[in-house]
Design a protein around this ligand. Structure first.
Ligand code: NAD
Length: 571
């Protein structure tokens, strides 16, 4: 198997620049005097990939080269690549016979070795000056936005079936934003120090957690794997990373990018393989200091249960951070512009085949607007091209794998039996895992498709009587166990205010007159409550706070030399 790891234009010296663990400055600083400030974070601009643009030419070439090669993806422990021979194929969801490579499964023993390597690396890493740690991720951001951009985009487009736009906002921009904004939030946290009374100096030492962080990432965003691992690492933590099997190609390139930016060996260890076997060793390990998870609610609940059952055996209470499932809504008020509502619903529901945790999957429309909205939505949906994402004219690619294809197919069959399929409903799995954008109408607001996370391009609408707006808000709030994202479309300000109050706990990311997807790091910190997760807001200071264990230090400059207090003196 050939393995062209570094992107074509990557500076040759970068990989070699990775310092050895021993090179870390144990003294905890680099001899630099001065209050250092890192560059101000700004969001990475989204490139257009318009016909003829240089970025499009570059990306097309990278896609063609990557489609032609087969990458042999190892386990990486302490910078060492391990090939176990127990492998799984990496394929394109939109051309599932096309093999992009294979990845090697880690064994239970490798998980133990990864923890040991991480703990060893932490001896230096935790004591580096924070500015030197975050410099690695700032460099990773610039490499990503420059010579590595087409590699991460091509891997995400081919391996996860994202269109160029969906990939660009994830694998390039969001990942770079995570690196840059988290570095800035780290700076803000470290700057927060207590006041000192006369004769003393009070300090906060923001220690990393004592142990390792187990980062477990989902398939649907390349940037999430990059964030789950690097957010704790920036603060001096060390990480064992279990990437999702169905996004292995892009996850591997994220790992290579971090190495190229100079990440010391052992700080993040890359452990692909069977989730249950890997999870068991990691979650029951005495040194488990935290879990940084994004994925489904069921998996997170099972992890929490394992941790609960092992409480007596841990060194510290593990920090448990998980962002999980959603059943995201769009509620339309009678005052809404129906075209604005239709576009919010179509974009929110069908971009990336509805496989965003934030994807719109239940829609509430007043009867007075339904005819206009339906016509507009159906016309847009008929215009949407579904196919191979290498053809930039496609708005949608394939769903991630056969399991997802079958699961979504069952929901389509249910809709055909128990509701009305207004548009779509088709699925073709012979070449790729393609599912048409589908609009289902139900009279029953508690119908299964209005409550359960489907994670596919299926939007179910309930049409309500205009006079029942208030009751409808109560239904939206109570229908599903999740509370991730939601949108309200209205021109009447009072309706927006009422919905904001009625749905205050129904979504952690709440949109007014916009679609319920597309959160941007630094602008809309992301996370939901109820069954949608611990709401620690990925890409924010609140998230980073979970990865430090502050130590308070009080120093007295002229300490007492007499045990007696003045009040003890004679009357
Ligand atoms: P998933 O839960 O199937 O898998 C997530 C990760 O957990 C994968 O790496 C998987 O291998 C691993 N895993 C599975 N079982 C495990 C076990 N027993 N022990 C340890 N690890 C285990 O989720 P997915 O299909 O990859 O992603 C889709 C889900 O993620 C959806 O529910 C979606 O809503 C959610 N999601 C949420 C957010 C958010 O911010 N709230 C963002 C993206 C995705």
């Amino acid at each position: 198997m050939s393995s062209t790891l570094a992107p074509k234009a990557a500076p040759a010296a970068t990989a070699a620049a990775a310092p050895t663990a021993a090179a870390g400055a144990s003294a905890g600083h680099s001899g630099f005097n001065g209050g250092r400030r890192i560059p101000q974070a700004v969001n990475e601009p989204v490139k257009s990939y318009a016909p003829g643009s240089p970025e499009k030419l570059d990306l097309k070439a990278r896609i063609a080269a990557m489609a032609d090669e087969q990458v042999d993806i190892p386990v990486v422990i302490a910078g060492r690549e391990i090939r176990t021979g127990n492998t799984s194929k990496v394929t394109m969801p939109h051309a599932h016979r096309h093999v992009l490579g294979q990845f090697h499964h880690a064994t239970a023993q490798h998980v133990g070795e990864a923890v040991a390597a991480a703990r060893e690396a932490q001896r230096d890493w935790a004591n580096w000056a924070w500015e030197d740690r975050v410099a690695i991720f700032l460099k990773a951001a610039d490499l990503l936005c420059g010579p590595w951009r087409s590699t991460l985009n091509a891997a995400t487009m081919l391996g996860q079936s994202k269109t160029v736009f969906q990939s660009e906002i994830d694998a390039a921009c969001e990942l770079a934003d995570f690196f840059r904004f988290n570095a800035q939030y780290a700076q803000e946290i470290y700057a927060e120090q207590p006041v000192s009374g006369p004769g003393m100096w009070n300090q906060m030492d923001y220690r990393p957690l004592e142990g390792f962080v187990f980062a477990v990432s989902p398939f649907n965003f390349t940037a999430i794997g990059g964030n789950l691992t690097t957010a704790p690492a920036m603060l001096g933590n060390v990480v064992v990373w279990k990437p999702a099997s169905s996004s292995m190609l892009s996850s591997y390139y994220v790992m290579k990018l971090l190495e190229a930016a100079g990440l010391p060996p052992g700080v993040i260890n890359f452990i692909p393989g069977d989730p249950v076997a890997i999870g068991k060793v990691a979650l029951e390990h005495r040194d488990l200091a935290g879990v940084h998870f994004t994925g489904s609610t069921g998996v997170f609940n099972a992890m929490w249960k394992t941790i609960g059952a092992n409480m007596a055996s841990y060194r510290s209470y593990p920090r448990i951070v998980g962002e999980t499932g959603g059943k995201d809504f769009v509620v339309v008020h009678p005052s809404a512009d129906p075209q604005v509502a239709a576009v919010a619903a179509v974009r929110g529901a069908f971009e990336f085949q509805g496989q965003k945790c934030s994807a719109a999957s239940r829609l509430y429309v007043p009867r007075s607007l339904w005819k206009t909205m339906k016509e507009s939505m159906v016309s847009m949906m008929q215009d949407i091209a579904v196919g191979d994402t290498r053809d930039f004219r496609n708005f949608m690619g394939a769903v991630i794998d056969r399991k997802a294809f079958d699961r979504i197919g069952e929901y389509l069959a249910d809709a055909k039996r128990n509701a009305t399929v207004i548009q779509g409903g088709g699925a073709r799995g012979d070449l790729g895992w393609f599912i048409d954008p589908t609009l289902v109408e139900t009279k029953d607001p508690s119908y299964r498709l209005m409550c359960e996370e489907i994670f596919g391009p299926v939007l179910t609408v309930h049409v309500y009587d205009d006079a029942r707006w208030h009751e409808t808000l109560a239904i939206v709030d109570a229908t599903s166990p999740y509370a991730l994202t939601g949108a309200v479309i209205a021109q009447d300000r009072a309706a927006l205010v009422e919905a904001s109050v009625a749905l205050r706990n129904a979504a952690g990311n709440f949109y007014l007159n916009d679609k319920c997807t597309g959160a941007v790091v630094g602008q809309q910190p992301f996370g939901g409550a109820r069954a949608s997760g611990t709401n620690d807001k990925a890409g924010s200071k609140w998230n980073l706070m979970r990865w430090v264990s502050p130590r308070t230090i009080k120093e007295t400059f002229a300490p007492a030399t007499d045990y007696r207090y003045p009040f003890l003196a004679a009357e």
